[in-house]
Each structure stands twice: as structure tokens, then as C-alpha cells.
Design a protein around this ligand. Structure first.
Ligand SMILES: NC(=O)C1=CN([C@@H]2O[C@H](COP(=O)(O)OP(=O)(O)OC[C@H]3O[C@@H](n4cnc5c(N)ncnc54)[C@H](OP(=O)(O)O)[C@@H]3O)[C@@H](O)[C@H]2O)C=CC1
Ligand SMILES: O=C(O)CCC(=O)C(=O)O
Length: 452
């Protein structure tokens, strides 16, 4: 394919996206990466051009935006913004998490929903893509305040979702506690016990291994990538960012596979433990983050062998493998340069879009193993898909059965990325592989369903 034709296509496409979606930098970033990967494929398939498949995919089917009023513990009325971006339902009901974080806005939710469409397609399960959330900041709020917020949030959202329409789950700031409060209120309103949310508690319809699935999956994906070079986690030093759901279970799986996790972070800074974060220390992190709801610097207060670096990210620590698992754009070009200089051979994204475009370009230029979030972190939504199946069938699989299915799904996603991402000379561009592979299934469904 002629390079200038591809460049022109990307330029024109992005000019149109930017004009239609002004002031949405995260959405532009996510779309740009996908359009760059897909341009040659689309230019070779006039039917995709003629039917404006990618143009339609970058326009959400629906965005719901609403007021979330609630009363704090002081009796003061608080008002937050709530959203659900229902991006694409060509291959199944909208599916994707809810994010509660002060930074949440339409741009961030559109980027997440857009990535979710391709990610969900990659899982091979019948799920469309969506994402939602609120600018509510759960930090420092009491359990009662979080409950009142969740109840108000879902009181509006309830009419827009359902087990065959849209099935939300957790993301940043939304874990087991929040899904519990949301589901409880939803059940009252819908007058039905049904699988409209995933990430539910094990005793009330949740799937075994859903909490573990994203972190485990990101490690399984890294394992697959490394196997292509005859490498494994055994004896490898691993830098992980974040200290929430994804980070905790990434560390757990790295330990199980014989690796040595040495870092964790939160939005205030990172800890470096040169002796390694072992199983006992990880249990403390889970307690600290999931029950005490404290800060990661308390790890260094409890374990004096660890260093705490205020206001910094962990990418200057020497490691063989990096698993960024906090948030978008947390690993920039300079960080990528430092990681590579320090001998890092593999980056598997637990978070969504944690690496900036400059970082991704460098990983590709230096030909290290790089697994983009929409492939590497697809384990979470995959087990959510399995939770939906178990709810529909009214059965419950064992943790071993779910883990086996998760491993198979991650292996298949890896294989699909290799199939569509292998370049001359054998290098696998997993970004291209994931984008092309995820796109084909959604595009075919859209073509079959007419202009909708
Ligand atoms: N949960 C899931 O199943 C899935 C999650 N993901 C992605 O993984 C990432 C982490 O999600 P998850 O673990 O569920 O969320 P959690 O809320 O459990 O944890 C988020 C972690 O990231 C840190 N963090 C959040 N925002 C920032 C920021 N702006 N700068 C630095 N650190 C930050 C948090 O620190 P602090 O406490 O200080 O805010 C916290 O340690 C997100 O990108 C999410 O979209 C992807 C697939 C599935
Ligand atoms: O499990 C889900 O539905 C949501 C997972 C998610 O939000 C994600 O993959 O980014």
C-alpha cells in the first residue's frame, strides 16, 4: 500500500473526528492509534470505505448524560455528573465498566468505550462496547456517602440498561463495594434479580475469579508474548504501577509464576521494594487498599526495606518486564526510553492506554514485546462475559474452570494479534494485530446489519 495514500487517509479521517469531537484529546488519541493501524486494510477493502464502517464506529450509538444529586454526611447536597457511553452494539449488548474518579469527562469515557468495542470483539464473546461513570471522587468518603451516591447514580441509569441491553461493571474507583450498592438499588427498581452488572459478589451471582481476571490476564498475555522469545517470568524483575484491583492481581500471578514484583504506585507516588513484594506483603497491600483505603506510602512505613518516591512513577526502576496498571498516559516517551535503557524486554498493559503514543512508537522502534491494553487487559471483561453466561444459565463454574477458560481466551487473543500483526522479518506489532483483529468481526456484523 502506498504510504502517502495511507497518510492522507489518516490525516483526513482525524481532521473529521477532531472537528466533530472538539476538546476530546483522549478520544482523539485512541481513535488515531486505531485509524493508523486500520488505514491500509480499509483502503484495500472498498466495501468498508463505501459503507463508512469506521466513521460509524467512531460515533457512539448513544451517550446518556445525567445529574447525580446526593446528600453527604453533613447534610449538604452534592451534585455530580453521570454518564453512559453506549458505543457499539453490533456483536452484543453494550458491555464495559463504570469509572468513578474526579477526572472523568466525556472524552475519557469515549476513549474507553471505543477501545472496549475492539477489546470485547477480541475476546470472541458476544459483547458490544460501552463505558460509563462519574466525576464523583470516592476518596475520603464514608461508606454511607458512597452508598447514597451509588443509589442516586443507578436510579437514573436503570432505565437505560438491562441484561440484554447494557451490562456495566467496575473500573477505577468502582470495585466490589460499589457494585454491591449499585446492584442492590438496581434490583429494587427493576424488581428483578438479573445479570445487568458483572463483578457481583460470589454469593449473589458473581463469577469466581472476576476480581483476579484483569491482572491475571495481563500476566498470561505477557507470558504468551515472552514464550515467542523462549522467555518466561521465572527469575524476572517486574515493575507494576497502580495498587488497585488490576495491580494487586498482576502481582499475585507474577509471584505464582516465579517472578519478582518490586514496585507499586498510586496517584501520590510509588514504592520500590528491592527484596520483592512477596505474598505476605501483597496481603498487606490488599488490606491497605481494599479495606483501610490508605495510601501506598504506608507500605514503606511498614516495610523499611522499601523506598517511597513521592510524586513519581516507577519506570526508572530497573526491570525485565513492566505492567502499567494505573491509568491512561502514565508512561511517556522518556519513561519508555528509561525502561529500554534498563533492559526491559516486555510491556503488558494492565491499564487502558497507559502508554503515550511516543512511548508506543519507541517500543515498536526498539522491537520489544509490547501488548496494548485492549489485548493484554481483556481478561477482565472476558470473565465478565463468562459471568453473564453463568447468570443466563443459572449455574456457577468452579474457579479452576473459569481460570482454564480465561487462559484459553488470552492465548487466542495472543494468536489473533500474531496473525494480524506479524510484519516482515517476524516482528509482531501487537497494536496493529489487536486493532485489525478486533475490527474485522465488528465491521462484518455492521455490514450485515445495514446502515444503522
Ligand atoms: N478493573 C478491571 O477489571 C479493569 C481495569 N482496567 C484498567 O486498569 C486500570 C486500573 O483499574 P483498577 O485497578 O480497576 O482501578 P482501581 O481503582 O482499583 O485502582 C486504580 C489505581 O490506579 C491509581 N490511579 C488512578 N488514577 C491515577 C492517576 N491519575 N495517576 C496515578 N495513579 C492513578 C490509583 O491510585 P489512587 O488510589 O491514588 O487514585 C490506584 O492505585 C484502569 O486503566 C482501568 O481502566 C482494564 C480492564 C479491566
Ligand atoms: O468487565 C467489564 O465489563 C468491564 C471491564 C472494563 O471496563 C475494561 O475492560 O476496561
Amino acid at each position: 500500500m502506498n504510504d502517502s495514500k495511507v497518510l492522507k487517509y489518516v490525516e483526513d479521517f482525524m481532521a473529521n473526528v477532531k472537528a466533530k469531537n472538539p476538546n476530546e484529546p483522549e478520544f482523539h488519541q485512541a481513535v488515531h492509534e486505531v485509524v493508523e493501524s486500520l488505514a491500509p486494510f480499509i483502503l484495500e477493502n472498498p466495501v468498508l470505505m463505501k459503507n463508512k464502517v469506521l466513521e460509524r464506529m467512531t460515533e457512539p450509538e448513544r451517550i446518556i448524560s445525567f445529574r447525580v444529586p446526593w446528600v453527604d454526611d453533613q447534610g449538604e447536597i452534592q451534585i455530580n455528573k453521570g454518564y453512559r457511553v453506549q458505543m457499539n452494539s453490533a456483536i452484543g449488548p453494550y458491555k464495559g465498566g463504570l469509572r468513578f474518579h474526579a477526572s472523568v469527562n466525556q472524552s475519557i469515557l469515549k476513549f474507553l468505550a471505543f477501545e472496549q468495542v475492539l477489546k470485547n470483539s477480541l475476546t470472541s464473546l458476544p459483547m458490544g462496547g460501552g463505558k460509563g461513570g462519574s466525576d464523583f471522587n470516592p476518596k475520603g468518603k464514608s461508606d454511607n456517602e458512597v452508598m447514597r451516591f451509588c443509589q442516586s447514580f443507578v436510579t437514573e441509569l436503570e432505565r437505560h440498561i438491562g441484561p440484554n441491553t447494557d451490562v456495566p461493571a467496575g473500573d477505577i474507583g468502582v470495585g466490589g463495594r460499589e457494585i454491591g450498592f449499585i446492584f442492590g438499588q438496581y434490583k429494587r427498581l427493576a424488581n428483578a434479580f438479573q445479570g445487568t452488572f458483572t463483578g457481583k459478589g460470589a454469593e449473589w451471582g458473581g463469577s469466581p475469579l472476576r476480581p483476579e481476571a484483569t491482572g491475571y490476564g495481563a500476566v498470561y498475555f505477557a507470558q504468551e508474548m515472552m514464550a515467542t522469545k523462549g522467555e518466561s517470568f521465572k527469575g524476572k524483575t517486574v515493575a507494576v504501577s497502580g495498587s488497585g484491583n488490576v495491580a494487586q492481581y498482576a502481582v499475585e500471578k507474577v509471584l505464582e509464576l516465579g517472578g519478582k514484583p518490586v514496585t507499586l504506585s498510586d496517584s501520590s507516588g510509588y514504592i520500590y521494594d528491592p527484596k520483592g513484594i512477596d505474598a505476605e506483603k501483597l496481603e498487606y497491600v490488599k488490606l491497605l487498599k481494599n479495606a483501610i483505603r490508605g495510601r501506598i506510602k504506608e507500605y514503606a512505613e511498614k516495610y523499611p526495606e522499601a523506598e517511597y518516591h513521592e510524586g513519581e512513577r516507577p519506570w526508572s526502576v530497573k526491570c525485565d518486564i513492566a505492567i502499567p496498571s494505573a491509568t491512561q498516559n502514565e508512561l511517556n516517551g522518556d519513561d519508555a526510553h528509561t525502561l529500554i535503557e534498563n533492559g526491559c524486554i516486555c510491556v503488558s498493559e494492565g491499564a487502558n492506554m497507559p502508554s503515550t503514543p511516543e512511548a508506543v512508537d519507541l517500543f515498536h522502534e526498539k522491537k520489544i514485546l509490547f501488548g496494548p491494553g485492549k489485548a493484554a487487559n481483556a481478561g477482565g471483561v472476558s470473565v465478565s462475559g463468562l459471568e453473564m453466561s453463568q447468570n443466563s444459565m443459572r449455574i456457577s463454574w468452579t474457579p479452576e474452570e473459569v481460570d482454564e477458560k480465561l487462559k484459553t481466551i488470552m492465548k487466542n487473543i495472543h494468536a489473533a494479534c500474531v496473525k494480524h500483526g506479524k510484519e516482515e522479518g517476524g516482528f509482531v506489532n501487537y497494536v496493529k494485530g489487536a486493532n485489525v483483529s478486533g475490527f474485522i468481526k465488528v465491521a462484518n456484523a455492521m455490514l450485515a446489519q445495514g446502515v444503522v
